[in-house]
Write a protein that binds this ligand. Sequence first.
Ligand SMILES: Nc1ncnc2c1ncn2[C@@H]1O[C@H](COP(=O)(O)OP(=O)(O)OP(=O)(O)O)[C@@H](O)[C@H]1O
Ligand SMILES: [Mg+2]
Length: 261
Amino acid sequence: MSESTPPDHADRAVHALPSAPVHTGHTSGRELVQLSGLRKVYNAGQPNEIEVLHGLDLRIRQGEFAALIGPSGSGKSTLLNVLGLLERGTAGEYVLAGQAISTLDDQALTRLRRDTLGFVFQFHHLLPAFTAEENVAMPVRVRDGVVSPRLRERARELLSAVGLSNAMDRKPSQLSGGMQQRVAIARALMLEPALVLADEPTGNLDTASSSEVFALLRRIHREVSTTFLVVTHDPRLAARCDRVIELVDGRISADGVPAAS
Ligand SMILES: Nc1ncnc2c1ncn2[C@@H]1O[C@H](COP(=O)(O)OP(=O)(O)OP(=O)(O)O)[C@@H](O)[C@H]1O
Ligand SMILES: [Mg+2]
């Protein structure tokens, strides 16, 4: 493993963070995602028109930790982009946290995305000129223009919670891949999302770092009221989720508890 500082997250509980009550309005077991008949067509009306998602129905309840698996090109990232309000579906109904997406204009969509969702990608997209702490606080800076002392403290607490209390002032280039991804996870949690969407969050990591980052996601799930949908190609990681949704050729081909491995 390439990490230069031992993880110290074992002794830091995420729920110990000084923060507002988590997701008021979301009671346990509530449906966070209600998707029916989702179709996604690219290049509509052009010779290269392609329908990628063929009428998906999917419900995710608050508090779930689900994996999304499937062959390359099956539509996993496309589905995540629609669930993440980064793209609109071509047809179908999507209700996120009680809000019917089709009724929202782009501004309302942006606000809902900011207030409800956290994203972790395969490549962390940290800003190279900023320290780990500044990167974690960036969603606040974008939202409020400034970072209050209280939220700056929250960023530092989150970095401690992901085992990076010794690396807060380092730039991304001074961190290992696993550490960078932990910064990205802390950043995704900064605005207390109800749902974290992760697209191959460990796809760029070696086996040990991958397992550790995945364990971190599971621990966060245990400790705060956050729902996870994690795309992975790794069957061993999928087996560590509570639910596995499989997409094949733009259709859900399986959905249930992971097969015993
Ligand atoms: N913006 C786009 N325009 C046209 N086609 C697209 C676009 N985005 C995705 N596609 C097509 O949609 C299909 C599904 O792509 P998607 O990226 O969702 O697959 P995936 O399951 O995430 O694959 P991978 O495991 O390789 O990441 C592919 O055939 C892809 O070429
Ligand atoms: Mg993908």
